[in-house]
Design a protein around this ligand. Structure first.
Ligand SMILES: [Zn+2]
Length: 182
């Protein structure tokens, strides 16, 4: 079922998400709905890398992450329940990030280059992931959502904000771009 994506400045995005105690069918159904919602959001110039449950208004620690960030053709996702970062590299990397809850705006954000993540899968079993580069960035972004943090919070300077046009071209924000920073 396709859900409505919560966008800024909705205060729901500032809620802290609760740990999931038991992985049951309601959680698995919610993950399926989130995948469907992300695929429905995909369009010619952009596609969704991941979605956190809070983005459909559910304050629980659940995220779905695309298996490939190279192309929207790969429609497979990995569901992570109660993900937490157990180790992160001192080395940071800055790259461009966007969010389905922040339509049309991208920003340059510094993130840990490498992280180790502990989570549960949809069977409720513990899994551990070692991620580097963009996948590490995506997980840091999703775990931020679970703490009520959005990527704009990490953009210290508005000159690090970009807007996207219909062809998918990014350009620096101008005073004509209507941005409501939370
Ligand atoms: Zn996001």
């Amino acid at each position: 079922m396709i859900k409505k994506i919560v966008t800024i400045p909705n205060k729901i995005l500032r809620m802290k998400s609760k740990r999931i105690g038991f992985v049951d069918d309601s959680i698995r159904t919610m993950a399926e709905n989130m995948i469907e919602t992300t695929l429905d959001w995909d369009h010619d110039s952009e596609f969704g890398a991941a979605l956190a449950a809070i983005q459909i208004g559910e304050p629980i620690r659940l995220t779905v992450v695309r298996d490939s960030f190279e192309s929207s053709k790969d429609k497979n996702f990995t569901t992570l329940i109660n993900p937490e970062i157990v180790k992160s590299s001192a080395e940071m990397i800055t790259d461009i990030e966007g969010c389905l809850s922040v339509p049309g705006i991208y920003g340059k954000v510094s993130r840990h280059l490498k992280i180790k993540v502990k989570a549960q899968n949809t069977a409720g079993n513990e899994i551990r992931l070692t991620l580097e580069g963009f996948p590490a960035r995506v997980l840091q972004h999703e775990i931020d959502h679970m703490h009520g943090i959005i990527f704009l919070d990490h953009v210290k300077d508005s000159k690090n904000l970009l807007s996207i046009d219909e062809e998918g071209q990014l350009s620096p924000l101008t005073s004509n771009d209507k941005v409501q920073l939370p």
